[in-house]
Design a protein around this ligand. Structure first.
Ligand code: CDP
Length: 695
């Protein structure tokens, strides 16, 4: 792991922080509740999952204050290991596996009867991995619904004996549940796992004065194994004074964003937790070519700890001395990505980041292989299946395996929908992809991110460099709309066809006139804004651009009928029409990344647009293209006359006449192929994007 003091302010990097670590926040709330005395907690994640833990504790008689949205410090008076009260109603763990599994251990160990339940996603996740070992040690449960699933009642009876358990798969939740059951029952407990899962429980319990022993057990015949144990009690928990570090799993999304070029020159992410059991993604990302530096914060207690954040192999081993959670700053810059292979022992240290690795892989050179990750199938969603489906829907080649994926990287534009399947990390992984250059991804359930990263979407927006607004103006039939649409698709921008708005107004006027309810055509020039408003014409944002809505319809072919085309220029010169449409057009470009075409886009609507073109072509060529487009077999000369008349009207009007903006590049398309036109525009926009980003 390279560590240096680079990245001083002034290097063009945007500084950000991520919300508190979800795993540490759950444990901080729970352990402070079980402590004897008053704990002080700062930076607790206010996400929905931690709110589930807080609410469950309140239902058991612990006065947990409101977890504020800004991570402000608060104090929490613990009730002691024996102080939890049996709740009156089932405890709702929401979407949170950690809440459910840790509480199963706590309740079983403390002998407190309670029923645990959760949302549909949590009800689909296995629980016997926790209740099985606890039952073998004397705890008793009743599954109230489906086998191995919530709702489950902890009966709170029977004698819990403690013991030793060997986990088939490394799991921090199961390990923690067993250690907590041992702690609260006062019985000895030892858990062995085949890899080191995250060790926040061990670190925090030790910091609270409980002698938790951890060891790496050499296995002469193969890979090392790990144990964590607590001796017979009683053990009292001393209160905590804790500032929760930034969540490395949340930081991972921003690292990927910056590497993909979705955050300008890059990001400086401060205060990130660097517990080595969590930072496997840093090694994998670096293998993939991510330009990344890690600067450990002043090392507190566990000397040497932060420096090897990348080496899970040495993590968490301690002689029982007080070990905090190391933190540091990550510096990330846009990177050229390469495929990699991920599997085996590194999986537990980046299990939450694997969907994100797959997303990066979609933009890397070569085929990335992820294996040994069957555990991903029983997370908030089946993350293997969902990641594969979503990537495929965007145009990426993916092969699915029982325990992983092969993802073939591509530079092609990626666009489409990515359903979140009620899974916050899926929503964020695809949100990151959608925010990177050349991609357009719609995430269906954006609110899901509240589970672990409140403010995620605003953070993406704040990190993003402003993408240019591109205007293509020109006379009728110069190929603006088709070019603009294709340019938008290749860049992942949104397309706005402003002519469609004038056509929609014309259509609405014609229909009102014909139905006898509206103004006769001869009086259209006296239109008022109130009359226009009554038409209920609006622009709606779709996957690839803005659509015109008229009342409850989305007209398309109707906008291009000869009746509309004949009249549209006369309608477009009415001052009330122009001023009324101005606000809606401008609103489309607030976030940049829009390609618009029309007559006055570069002069009146977006005078500050970063990239402007003025498309021209010989009249005859334009007439030929228009006839080919409409396929109505009309006569070339007559079509040319119609176009010329419209040009005269558009160029001759007093308001917003058709003309080239002084800073627009004129592009004569008469002898250009469509591909040539499109790439000329795309290249200029890319150059402009780079000048925003590059050094
Ligand atoms: O596709 P074509 O170039 O034939 O026309 P359009 O873009 O659909 O625009 C239809 C008409 O709307 C133009 O002839 C103009 O009169 C008017 N228009 C305008 O005045 N200002 C714009 N920004 C776009 C269109």
């Amino acid at each position: 792991m390279s560590v240096n003091d680079g990245g001083q302010p002034g290097d063009g990097l945007t500084t950000v922080r991520v919300p508190g670590d979800k795993s540490v926040s759950h444990r901080a709330l729970l352990f402070a509740a079980l402590a004897e005395g008053e704990s002080r907690l700062e930076g607790v994640l206010p996400g929905a999952d931690c709110q589930s833990t807080a609410a469950a504790l309140r239902a058991m008689g612990v006065a947990v204050p409101e977890v504020s949205a800004d991570g402000a410090p608060f104090t929490l008076r613990g009730v002691g290991g024996g102080g939890l009260r049996a709740p009156d109603a089932p405890l709702d763990c929401g979407n949170s596996g950690t809440t459910a599994r840790l509480l199963l251990g706590v309740l079983a160990g403390a002998g407190v009867p309670a029923t645990l339940d959760g949302d549909a996603s949590l009800r689909g996740r296995p629980m016997r991995r926790v209740t099985g070992p606890l039952e073998a040690m004397g705890a008793r449960f009743r599954e109230k619904g489906v086998m191995d699933r919530l709702p489950i009642r902890v009966l709170g009876e029977g004698e819990f004996r403690g013991g030793r358990w060997v986990l088939p798969v490394a799991s921090a939740q199961v390990k923690s549940a067993l250690l907590l059951a041992g702690l609260l029952s006062g019985r000895p407990m030892e858990v062995e796992e085949p890899g080191l899962s995250r060790d926040h429980t061990e670190r925090m319990l030790r910091a609270m004065g409980v002698p938790v022993r951890t060891a790496r057990v050499g296995d002469p015949g193969g890979a090392d194994r790990w144990t964590a144990s607590i001796g017979a009690g009683p053990h009292a928990l001393a209160p905590l004074d804790l500032r929760v570090p930034g969540d490395p799993s949340s930081a991972a999304f921003l690292v990927a964003l910056a590497a993909l070029g979705g955050a300008g020159k890059g990001l400086r992410i401060e205060g990130v937790g660097l517990n080595p059991t969590r930072t496997g993604f840093l090694d994998v990302f670096r293998r993939m070519g991510v330009d990344l530096e890690v600067i450990p914060d002043e090392v507190h207690r566990g000397a040497g700890d932060a420096g090897d954040a990348g080496d899970a192999g040495d993590a968490g081993v301690s002689d029982g001395s007080d070990v905090g959670e190391p933190t540091g700053t990550l510096l990330v810059r846009p990177s050229r990505l390469e495929a990699t292979e991920v599997g085996g022992r590194e999986i537990p240290s980046l299990i939450d980041e694997l969907p994100l690795v797959a997303v990066l892989a979609a933009r890397a050179r070569g085929v990335t292989r992820i294996r040994d990750a069957a555990e991903l199938r029983v997370k908030e969603s089946d993350r293997i299946a969902v990641t594969a489906q979503n990537l495929r829907a965007l145009g990426v080649t993916v092969r699915e395996f029982p325990d992983g994926l092969d993802v073939e990287g591509t530079e092609a534009p990626l666009a489409g929908r990515a359903p979140a399947h009620h899974d916050h990390r899926i929503a964020m992984a695809f949100g990151v992809l959608g925010a990177s250059p050349g991609c357009r991804v719609e995430v269906d359930d954006p609110a899901m991110v509240e589970v672990s990263f409140p403010g995620f979407w605003a953070c993406l927006r704040d990190c993003a460099p402003r993408r240019p607004v591109v205007t293509l103006d020109g006379p009728a039939g110069s190929g603006k709309s088709t070019t603009a649409r294709e340019v938008a698709a290749r860049l992942g921008y949104l397309h706005l066809d402003s002519g469609a708005l004038y056509r929609a107004v014309t259509l609405a006027l014609l229909e009102a006139d014909r139905s006898g309810r509206g103004r006769p055509e001869a009086e259209w020039s006296e239109l008022t804004v109130e009359e226009l408003e009554a038409f209920d014409i609006a622009l709606e944002r779709g996957a690839d651009g803005f659509r015109v809505r008229v009342g409850d319809r989305y007209p398309e072919a109707e906008l291009r009928t000869p009746e509309v085309t004949e009249r549209v220029s006369a309608v477009a010169r009415i001052p009330a029409v122009r001023s009324w449409l101005l606000g809606a057009q401008r609103a489309t470009a607030r976030e940049g990344g829009v390609v618009t075409d029309g007559r006055d886009m570069g002069t009146v609507v977006f005078p500050d647009a970063e990239v402007k073109f003025f498309l021209v072509a010989d009249l005859e060529e334009r007439a030929r293209r228009r006839l080919a487009e409409t396929r109505d077999g009309g006569e070339l000369g007559a079509e040319a006359d119609r176009l010329a008349r419209r040009d005269r009207e558009d160029a001759g009007r007093a308001v917003a006449p058709l003309r080239r903006a002084p800073d627009a590049e004129e592009l004569d398309t008469t002898h250009l192929t469509f591909e040539e036109q499109v790439s000329r525009v795309v290249e200029r926009v890319r150059g402009r994007e780079d000048s925003h980003r590059g050094p």
